[in-house]
Design a protein around this ligand. Structure first.
Ligand code: PLP
Length: 462
């Protein structure tokens, strides 16, 4: 499989190059040149497969030509072997036609593990074959750092440095990162804010000498391999609920548009999906776009669902590329207008075409708390402030006879304060993490100063 950039000016690449490159050199995102497809019979034939076996079947066409099938199968099985539910992504029925798929059974209790556990192993496999090493650097406001650390821990060809703002992440979030004592994991608590951490990462990537010397890399959400890994659980959910003989919809709490775009890929590959419901918090640029046809930037406001506090959903560019029919220059022009003026209209025809597949709903913090309480009282499900947005959007949009599957993207115990405040119930950590606060922590505190951070990284690697 070859991959092409959404902007149309970067060279086409193989899977392993796309994996290591991330962002294309023309500023675009990579997409497969064509969609592999599965016939209804081939989908029926997936019934009874384990999660890992289904994931191998769904993903292999994307890596074919880069990784032999047996090696790929081993990486996938190993990636999901440590998940704490035998189904990996269990489905629960909430109502006659409402289901929830729990995507929080990985090591850090959020759906990002489903992609990152595989990504870390793919990186290591490809790097080992090439005889290369990389240094991953990243900044976290608390929620995503642990998934990256768990993905990279103990990998031979990777060192990972994650910066968090000292004292500004929750205890659960900090301990999920700092209690990983692997020798290739380096936690830095920066005396500053999340923005300071992010600025330091950007500055390091812009320092070409530093970047080349350390072979800097990132595992951020624009990496195609993350989308690829997420496609698997849409097939999984579909097959468990009767695909291809029954249509379904998915409801997805959305930030960067990576998760819901993976669902769209599953549809392109032949899974009969009627449509997608996008859930947003007060940062509702996508909801406003689907309601008005105009994409208009506003400032990011903190909410109860911090992983969705985003104004520019970077993976939305991948959906746009499908609707610009490979016209990379027209898409580039529309996106630079958006960057420059904060507003863009991609055209009525494109908007109407996208509205056939997507609808959207926003919940503000009060509505989110109310929904947590309501779901708990009505169904007994304790939902985290991200997942509940998708579940409530699905409930409101319910259609008789259509199965709706809402994606639960985090375990409630990742956001204990908000959940307890809304429901009166303190969500307990799963047993394997019950002693999290008693474990030894390791991290270094650094001043908010680029030169200090860079020399710390160089010394640590030496
Ligand atoms: C990252 C994240 C999201 C948003 O997913 P996108 O792929 O960025 O749309 C939603 N919920 C949780 C808990 C997350 O960590």
């Amino acid at each position: 499989m070859q991959y092409v950039s959404t902007r149309g000016k970067a060279p086409a690449l193989s899977f392993d190059d796309v994996l290591l490159t991330g962002l294309a050199r023309d500023g675009g995102l990579y997409l497969p040149e064509s969609w592999p497809t599965f016939t209804p019979d081939e989908i029926r034939d997936m019934r009874g497969l384990s999660y890992a076996d289904m994931a191998i079947r769904v993903m292999y066409p994307f890596v074919e030509g880069s990784i032999p099938e047996d090696d790929f199968a081993e990486l996938v099985r190993d990636a999901y072997a440590g998940f704490d539910h035998p189904a990996v992504a269990p489905l629960k029925q909430l109502d006659s036609d409402q289901w929830v798929m729990e995507l929080f059974h990985g090591p850090t209790l959020a759906f990002k593990d489903y992609a990152l556990q595989l990504l870390g192993r793919l990186f290591d496999y490809v790097l080992k074959k090439r005889g290369e090493k990389v240094t991953i650097v990243g900044a976290t406001s608390g929620d995503t750092g642990s998934a990256a650390i768990e993905a990279c821990r103990d990998r031979e060809c990777i060192d990972i440095f994650i910066m968090h703002p000292k004292g500004r992440v929750s205890d659960v979030q900090r301990c999920q990162m700092t209690t990983i004592l692997s020798s290739n994991v380096h936690n830095i608590a920066v005396e500053g804010t999340f923005d300071d951490c992010q600025d330091a990462v950007k500055a390091m990537f812009n320092d070409m000498d530093f970047r080349d010397k350390l072979n800097l890399s990132a595992v951020n959400s624009i990496n195609w391999a993350r989308i690829m890994a997420q496609i698997a659980y849409y097939f999984w959910a579909g097959v468990q609920t009767g695909s291809p003989d029954r249509e379904m919809r998915f409801s997805v709490p959305t930030g960067n548009f990576g998760n819901v775009f993976a669902g769209y890929c599953a549809k392109m590959m032949g899974l009969p999906i009627e449509g997608f419901i996008i859930g947003s918090n007060r940062n509702d640029i996508l909801t406003r776009y689907f309601q008005t046809g105009v994409m208009k930037m506003e400032t990011v406001e903190p909410s109860l669902s911090p992983s969705m506090d985003i104004q520019i959903s970077s993976n939305f560019e991948r959906l746009l590329a499908q609707h610009y029919d490979q016209d990379g220059s027209a898409l580039t022009q529309a996106l630079s207008q958006f960057r420059d003026t904060g507003e863009v209209d991609f055209g009525k025809e494109r908007w109407e075409a996208m509205c056939k597949d997507f609808s959207a709903k926003k919940l503000d913090d009060e509505e989110t708390k109310q929904a947590i309480r309501d779901f708990y009282e009505r169904t007994g499900e304790l939902l985290d402030p991200h997942s509940v947005i998708g579940c409530e959007a699905a409930r409101v949009a319910a259609k008789a006879d259509v199965v709706t599957i809402s994606l639960a993207t985090a375990h409630p115990a990742k956001f204990p304060a908000a959940v307890e405040d809304a429901s009166g119930v303190h969500p307990a950590l799963p047993e394997r993490l019950a002693d999290l606060f008693d474990r030894e922590e390791r991290f270094d505190v650094l001043e908010n100063d680029l030169a200090t951070i860079q020399s710390y990284i160089e010394k640590t690697l030496a």
